[in-house]
Design a binder for this molecule. Structure first.
Ligand code: IMP
Length: 179
């Protein structure tokens, strides 16, 4: 595997430590309630898999597939659903699980789509928050790490479908054109 242009930003140990902290906070906030986790594919599934195992709650899991990026590192400006929910979230306590909050376009779109299903509550947890590039007035209820304006991969996040399997969150430095 090519790792030449990758620089570790958040190591696996720190990620797992922070997820345990987030899970403790979420378990406390939702104590005694059944929480319906909605994982946003594809980027969130590694995070969701670790988060769910640290939650001290009764939970169910659904997935919603969205695509907002093409093959590059810039947003396509368009969000579309690639996989719909397989279960009703009406009247439920829904916690949306996202990999990264960047411009906020996807998030705003999701709030509209999921809000239309009339959940009892709708909150969100993101592993990474990149506030420097925000164009929409949105925020997550639970944030793992606030990161600088860089394109990151690993721990579920991809570049053109690559690097999701890296255990760390890494900055992907663009390849320098050959002289
Ligand atoms: P937003 O709509 O700009 O907030 O982008 C949200 C989605 O874009 C995320 O769920 C990711 O799939 C993708 N994305 C944004 N920034 C990055 C990044 O740095 N690396 C990989 N994917 C990203």
């Amino acid at each position: 595997m090519q790792r030449d242009n990758l620089e570790v930003l958040i190591g696996a140990d720190r990620i797992h430590e922070r997820i345990r902290e987030l899970a403790a906070q979420i378990s406390n906030d939702y104590r005694g309630r059944h929480v319906c986790l909605v994982g946003i594919l594809k980027g969130s599934w590694v995070f969701l898999a670790d988060l769910i195992r640290s939650l001290d709650l009764e939970v169910s899991v659904s997935f919603l597939g969205v695509a907002s990026y093409g093959k590059g590192t810039k947003p396509s400006g368009e969000v579309k659903i690639t996989l719909d929910l397989d279960d009703s979230i009406e009247g439920k306590d829904v916690l949306v699980v996202e990999d990264i909050l960047d411009t906020g376009e996807t998030f705003r779109y999701l709030q509209g789509v999921l809000g239309a299903h009339q959940p009892r509550t709708l909150r969100s947890v993101v592993l990474l928050d990149k506030p420097a590039r925000r164009t929409q007035p949105v925020h997550a209820d639970y944030v793992g790490f606030t990161i600088p304006d860089a394109f990151v991969v690993g721990y579920g996040l991809d570049f053109a479908q690559k690097y999701r399997n890296l255990p760390d969150v890494c900055v992907l430095h663009p390849e320098q054109p050959k002289a």
